[in-house]
Design a protein. Structure first.
Length: 226
C-alpha cells in the first residue's frame, strides 16, 4: 500500500529565536514500521524539499534504534532531502496518511487549507489518518461534511498541557493542543507524561507524544489491513 507522510516546513519556535521543525523519532519509527511491513512511503511538506529538523530531537538523549537506522539509511536521507510539495499530493493516490509531530506543525500545518482538505478527503474516502504528538493540532480546522469539528465527540489524544509545561513552552506555542481539541468537543484522553498512549477512533488515530509514534504507526497498519 502507499502511505503519505506529511512533515512541517516551519523552523521558528515562536519569537524565541530558537529553531524547531519535525521530531526525528516521530518520523523514523513510523517510517520503518510501515516500510518493514512492505508499504511504499512518500514524504511531503508544505514547502517541499528538506524539511527542518527540530534540533532537540537530534540530541543524544532523544535517539532510538529507529533514529540511528534512519540517519544511516541513504535512501531515507535522500527522500527527506527532497520531500514533495503538499499542494501537489492527491490523497486518492494513497491508502493512508501519517503526520509526525514536532512543534513546527502548530504554526504551518495547523493553519494549512491544503492539509485540512486532504484530511477531510481521506476520511470521507475511508482512508485512515494517523497523527502523533503535536501533529493532532492539524485537526483543529478539519470538519465533517456537515461542518462540525472532526474531533467533536471523538476519542483523541496529543501532546498534553502537562507535557508542554514540562518542556517549558506553554507560553511560546500559538495554542495549547489539548485545550484546543477539548474546546472543539473532543473526548481527549492522556496517559502518563512522555509514556506511550495511542487512541484509535474509527479511521482517526492519534498518539500522545514521541514515545507513542511507533504504536500509532502499528495502529495505522491495523487500520489499513482491517
Amino acid at each position: 500500500m502507499k502511505i503519505l507522510m506529511i512533515l512541517t516546513s516551519h523552523d521558528q519556535l515562536g519569537d524565541t529565536g530558537k529553531k524547531t521543525g519535525f521530531w526525528l523519532e516521530e518520523l523514523a519509527a513510523p517510517y520503518y514500521v510501515l516500510k518493514d511491513a512492505g508499504h511504499d512511503i512518500t514524504l511531503a511538506s508544505p514547502a517541499g524539499g528538506q524539511p527542518p529538523l527540530d534540533p532537540k530531537s537530534d540530541e543524544p538523549d532523544a535517539q532510538t534504534a529507529a533514529t540511528e537506522r534512519f540517519k544511516q539509511d541513504p535512501e531515507a536521507q535522500a527522500q527527506l532531502a527532497s520531500t514533495l510539495k503538499l499542494a501537489d499530493m492527491d490523497v486518492a493516490s494513497f491508502d493512508g496518511v501519517f503526520y509526525p509531530g514536532g512543534h513546527g506543525p502548530l504554526w504551518d500545518l495547523a493553519e494549512s487549507a491544503t492539509s485540512k482538505a486532504l484530511i477531510e478527503t481521506a476520511l470521507v474516502s475511508g482512508k485512515p489518518v494517523a497523527l502523533v504528538c503535536h501533529a493532532p493540532a492539524v485537526l483543529k480546522s478539519v470538519t465533517t461534511p456537515d461542518g462540525a469539528p472532526i474531533v467533536k465527540g471523538r476519542k483523541v489524544t496529543g501532546f498534553t498541557n502537562a507535557e508542554e509545561e514540562a518542556v517549558g513552552l506553554t507560553d511560546i506555542v500559538p495554542f495549547l493542543l489539548e485545550d484546543k481539541l477539548r474546546a472543539q468537543g473532543a473526548e481527549f484522553s492522556s496517559g502518563s507524561p512522555f509514556q506511550p498512549h495511542i487512541v484509535s477512533d474509527g479511521l482517526l488515530i492519534t498518539g500522545q507524544n514521541p514515545a507513542s509514534s511507533e504504536g500509532a504507526a502499528h495502529a495505522l497498519l491495523a487500520a489499513l489491513t482491517g
